[in-house]
Design a protein. Structure first.
Length: 191
């Protein structure tokens, strides 16, 4: 016997109206609806450069890591500290960019353990990839401090964090001060 604990609610007619409009105009790819959604996301997050939609969070991560690698001239020996407790795309994006994944432990939050991250930093470490698994922010603020202390880039795999706030702000918003920041939240990448 299955017991459903949560029942999502959808504005079915509203959704169908939006889909119908696209289909009637013969537009099924990126277009005016994408721009509308990007603008709504910018308004919601209060982050003016946050929405550049791609087809998946995985594509957003690939784009973010490739941009960081190219911009900073990271070579194939460069390391990105990440978590083994995530969907495989997180770490595949690092490998796809020909960078090395270094696994740090997670703690009781199911997110990166700041002490383990710090223990894994070497002279080859260029970035830390933080995954907000299940909407959980874990010790995100401590990871931010570590990145700042060691001048590391912070890659936020925020595929699970859409709408999540930390201290009243969208997660990752504080990172934009004084360094480049990329995210895959809601299939976007921003700097």
């Amino acid at each position: 016997m299955a017991i459903q604990l949560f029942m999502p609610t959808f504005d079915v007619e509203g959704c169908l109206k939006e889909i119908r409009e696209c289909l009637e105009k013969g537009w099924t790819g990126l277009g005016w609806k994408t721009v509308e959604l990007e603008n709504e996301w910018k308004n919601y997050t209060k982050l003016p450069h946050c929405a550049h939609y791609v087809n998946s969070a995985t594509a957003g991560l690939n784009l973010a890591i490739d941009c960081l690698k190219d911009y900073y001239g990271w070579d194939a020996d460069s390391e990105v500290i990440s978590t083994p407790l995530t969907f495989i795309s997180t770490n595949h994006a690092i490998l796809l960019s020909d960078l090395k994944v270094v696994f740090a432990d997670v703690n009781d939050t199911a997110c990166l353990d700041p002490k383990s991250v710090e223990d894994h930093i070497t002279d080859k470490t260029k970035a830390v990839c933080f995954v907000g698994i299940g909407g959980n922010t874990g010790d995100y603020e401590e990871i931010e401090k570590i990145c700042k202390k060691y001048d590391l880039k912070l890659i936020l795999d925020a595929a699970h964090l859409a709408g999540t706030r930390l201290n009243g702000e969208i997660v990752g918003g504080g990172c934009r001060r004084n360094r480049v920041f990329f995210s895959s939240c809601q299939k976007s990448a921003y700097s």
